[in-house]
Design a protein around this ligand. Sequence first.
Ligand SMILES: *[C@@H]1O[C@H](CO)[C@@H](O)[C@H](O)[C@H]1NC(C)=O
Ligand SMILES: *[C@@H]1O[C@H](CO)[C@@H](O)[C@H](O)[C@H]1NC(C)=O
Ligand SMILES: *[C@@H]1O[C@H](CO)[C@@H](O)[C@H](O)[C@H]1NC(C)=O
Ligand SMILES: *[C@@H]1O[C@H](CO)[C@@H](O)[C@H](O)[C@H]1NC(C)=O
Ligand SMILES: *[C@@H]1O[C@H](CO)[C@@H](O)[C@H](O)[C@H]1NC(C)=O
Ligand SMILES: *[C@@H]1O[C@H](CO)[C@@H](O)[C@H](O)[C@H]1NC(C)=O
Length: 375
Amino acid sequence: MFRCSTFSLFLLSLLPAISSLPCIGVTHHSHPPSSHRIPTALHSLNINSLLLRDSDPHIIQAFLYTNVSIVLTIPNTLVSSIGTNRSHALQWLYRHVVPFYPRVNITTISVGNDFTVASPKFVDLLFPAIRNVHLSLREIGIRNVTVSTSFSFTGVITKSFPPSTARFQDFPGVDLIGPILQFLRHTNSSFLINLYPYNMYRLNSAIPIGFALFLEYPFNFRDDVAAGVRYQNLFDMMIDAVVSAMAAAGYENIPIVVTETGWPSAADAVAGNEEDVNKVYAEIYLKGLVKHLKSGKGTPLRKEGVAGVYIYELFDEEKKGTQESGQHWGILYPNLTNRYSFQFSGSWSAGAGEAKACMKILLEVSFLFLLLLSY
Ligand SMILES: *[C@@H]1O[C@H](CO)[C@@H](O)[C@H](O)[C@H]1NC(C)=O
Ligand SMILES: *[C@@H]1O[C@H](CO)[C@@H](O)[C@H](O)[C@H]1NC(C)=O
Ligand SMILES: *[C@@H]1O[C@H](CO)[C@@H](O)[C@H](O)[C@H]1NC(C)=O
Ligand SMILES: *[C@@H]1O[C@H](CO)[C@@H](O)[C@H](O)[C@H]1NC(C)=O
Ligand SMILES: *[C@@H]1O[C@H](CO)[C@@H](O)[C@H](O)[C@H]1NC(C)=O
Ligand SMILES: *[C@@H]1O[C@H](CO)[C@@H](O)[C@H](O)[C@H]1NC(C)=O
């Protein structure tokens, strides 16, 4: 009981803002509601960054003369043709960038999304595609739109725990990561990664739910003995796995942007094992994430932390293959009302739901603690 009220106090407290905090944005996929409502939706959430996975020109157009910064994604299905023929990169840019730039604040183009997993046979064409898009932008005379690609954590990192042992996966016969990192450094671009503590937690029964949900209570930590650092949450561990893999590959200090993260709030009754899919957990995760990012604390291996985080996702997506079917991840209902009671900026307060979940988690933790004591 005592600990639980401490927890509520912790949720109520807001740390003062520190300069150069990561930008917090949201992802949007092909889906109604109609495009003209998206700027309003972002405005209501006080969010100024949007990552488009399906870069529909109508949606891009909706952001003319707004200050919302936009990340575009080139679909995986176009990556191999763009990798083999630069004029296909130009064609894409002429349809998705040239009509809008710079009146739409397009900042980054992600060439593919989780391409190494989606199209393993064409991995050798990913870097040529990135380079072709970059060269084509230069040809058009656009110099301040950066080019990168979104990896997925599980698709690119091996041996992720402890974080200091993490390495990039090898892609047989293809020198992929080295050239991409060199390109990112050379062009001042960021390493983009989709990172879901939710998935890691589900795959790993040794991870307590509180560690995945940013809860703060005694003994909720993991040590990386080799690196001599302590982790208070799974998100930081996964970020530092990326940091370590980059360092091992010979590249430090490339900014990291989390292009997708989130927690499903509901599931249509299909899979069965969905007890960790609920609105309370989703809200705790998102609140904890935002609070952590706003604290400016960074991660143990990267003091400045990540450069940006995009929350998956603005509206629930129709099943498209990347996530399990029937799950709801959207932070807005289709009628644009907020699924959650908290703000991405400003103050928030703990509701009854969290208090209950907090009790449950504390009971679990106390139980673990008793187990430990009994040894
Ligand atoms: C965008 O930013 C500029 C400069 O900061 C400001 O003058 C303008 O009013 C902003 N526009 C919108 C739509 O917020
Ligand atoms: C465009 O977005 C970038 C990155 O978020 C920001 O620094 C810049 O001020 C924005 N430009 C305008 C005109 O809003
Ligand atoms: C590249 O694509 C363009 C436009 O589709 C086509 O005209 C050209 O022949 C292609 N070049 C090669 C080498 O295939
Ligand atoms: C890129 O440059 C254009 C033209 O100078 C400017 O209007 C735009 O705000 C810049 N975009 C970013 C993301 O800095
Ligand atoms: C990258 O950033 C550095 C430091 O801000 C700058 O000097 C350099 O010109 C930039 N390079 C490119 C290719 O934009
Ligand atoms: C929006 O939709 C949600 C979920 O269907 C519902 O609970 C809520 O009452 C709706 N809000 C409005 C204002 O219609």
